[in-house]
Design a protein around this ligand. Structure first.
Ligand code: ADP
Length: 458
């Protein structure tokens, strides 16, 4: 079975939808293929915060000295200078335009007066979608694709990129229910198939240190075969060993505990002995490693209403709150005695730690771990505590692209007809993706790739 389009986009996450919508609006006849029964990928289950320097919320919070240059520098440094600064600069300089496109064209609603401050950033710059998850984005993406009449074919798995005799990518072979379908692509193909964090063998192959101890936060479709497909078509895979773990996840399922994001506003991390052991706003890799070194390779995240009033995570994530409480890994208490009973942390040490935290409250006062945004007074309840472990989360490596989202070969040559965007690419984040940079990355490069593939069809 064969059909012909101007542009074929593979993968219906944030990058794929951005590409398909922009391709359509540039006049192309476009199709979006998704191997899973439902769209969304990791973009759906993500917290979906989006870093944008000079965004419209920053002035309301008194932040007036941010810039795309600073955002680029943070990203580059946060990835141990292994990212491609040319690509990073495109991301940070087009971030605001991408966010305005999401807000004003797609209708994505963001919190009006609140931003997220992720580890590794020198300014608070992450926009927060209402609901604090990717559901808001994916619902709006899907609605826009419907409105524009873009066919989104689920259960359709891309297996092979088709090249013509000159080496141009001109189509995709895909399968559904054992049948093969050929999608011809006059302008080209956009690869937006996400990462491989949900493929434990592939994770271990590229980074043997990340072994069976790790669960994953990722959507079940994040299994990465499409990276091999790109490689067979001549694309270079780079930085594949850089696999990010997320430090604060459910010990049972592996999913992120978004409710524990109270950490960004002062929640502390304790080991089973009741002691802090790391600065809570450290990078994810540092936190994960630190947790694995503690008794039982887990930690407890503890906060009180004073912190909760800022981050509001219990209200924002009622389903998690209920599930984690029922599951027996989370507890709400009026006093520390009850927290000690639940966690089996010795009460005296728990009390000593929280007293010390209270005595060092405020920016610049943490003599133990130098908490960068400042500890909070923890003398009063209610208290909330949750058990947490690290999971694999984001795979930084992937297809080498240039600043135009074109896939490159080992020799740095452009593969004509092939663009890639989002987690499937490998040069934006270096060794370590900073929180809030994935959404910026997928939307900026998804849009670039979609527009370019549409132009190429003309
Ligand atoms: P990004 O954040 O880069 O957009 P996501 O994980 O959100 O990445 O989306 C990638 C999507 O691509 C997922 O929905 C995944 O199921 C889909 N996908 C992965 N491999 C294939 C494939 N071979 N064919 C079709 N879809 C794929």
């Amino acid at each position: 079975k064969e059909s012909s389009y101007d542009v074929v986009v593979i993968g219906a996450g944030g990058a794929g939808f951005s590409a398909a919508i922009e391709a359509k609006n540039a006049g192309a006849n476009v199709v979006l293929l998704e191997k899973m029964p439902a769209v969304g990928g990791n973009s759906l289950i993500s917290g979906a915060e989006m870093n944008v320097a000079r965004n419209w919320v920053q002035p309301k919070l008194g932040i007036t000295d941010d810039s795309p240059e600073l955002h680029a520098e943070d990203t580059y440094k946060g990835g141990d200078k292994k990212g491609d600064m040319k690509v990073i600069n495109v991301m940070t300089h087009q971030a605001l335009d991408a966010a305005l496109w999401c807000r004003d064209y797609l209708g994505v609603k963001f919190e009006d007066d609140n931003l997220f401050f992720f580890g590794g950033h020198s300014r608070k710059r992450a926009l927060i979608p209402v609901g604090h998850t990717g559901t808001e984005f994916i619902a709006k993406f899907q609605a826009k694709a419907d409105e524009l009449g873009i066919p989104v074919i689920t259960n359709m798995k891309a297996e092979e990129l088709v090249k013509d005799k000159d080496g141009r990518v001109v189509g995709v072979k895909a399968t559904m229910d054992g049948n093969t379908y050929t999608f011809n692509a006059k302008g080209g193909v956009v690869l937006a198939t996400g990462g491989f964090g949900a493929n434990p063998e592939m994770v271990k192959k590229y980074n043997p240190k990340i072994d069976e101890r790790f669960k994953t936060t990722d959507a079940p479709g994040a299994t990465g075969e499409a990276l091999y497909m790109a490689e067979r078509a001549g694309a270079e895979l780079v930085n594949m060993s850089y696999i990010q773990t997320y430090p604060i996840c459910d010990p049972i399922s592996g999913v992120i505990e978004l409710i524990a994001d109270a950490r960004f506003d002062g929640a502390i991390m304790l080991n089973q002995e009741g002691k802090r052991f790391v600065e809570e706003l450290e990078r994810r890799d540092v936190l994960s490693e630190a947790i694995l070194k503690q008794t039982g390779a887990y930690c407890w995240v503890l906060w009180n209403d004073k912190i909760g009033a800022i981050s509001n995570t219990v209200k924002a994530h009622p389903t998690e709150y209920e599930a984690f409480t029922k599951q027996g890994i989370m507890k709400t208490c009026d006093d520390l005695k009850c927290i000690a009973d639940f966690t089996k942390i010795p009460f005296d040490q728990l009390k000593a730690t929280t007293d010390r935290v209270t005595s060092m409250a405020g920016k610049g006062n943490d003599k133990d771990f130098n908490h960068r945004s400042g500890l909070v007074d923890m003398s009063q309840g209610k208290y909330y505590v949750i058990k947490a472990v690290p999971s694999t989360h984001h795979t930084m490596g992937g297809v080498r692209i240039n600043e135009k989202a074109q896939a490159l070969t080992k020799d740095g040559q452009v593969i004509p007809g092939l663009w890639a965007a989002g987690e499937v690419t490998g040069v934006t984040h270096g060794t370590n993706r900073l929180g809030g940079n994935a959404y910026t990355d997928i939307i900026v490069f998804g849009r670039i790739a979609g527009k370019a593939a549409a132009e190429a069809a003309k």
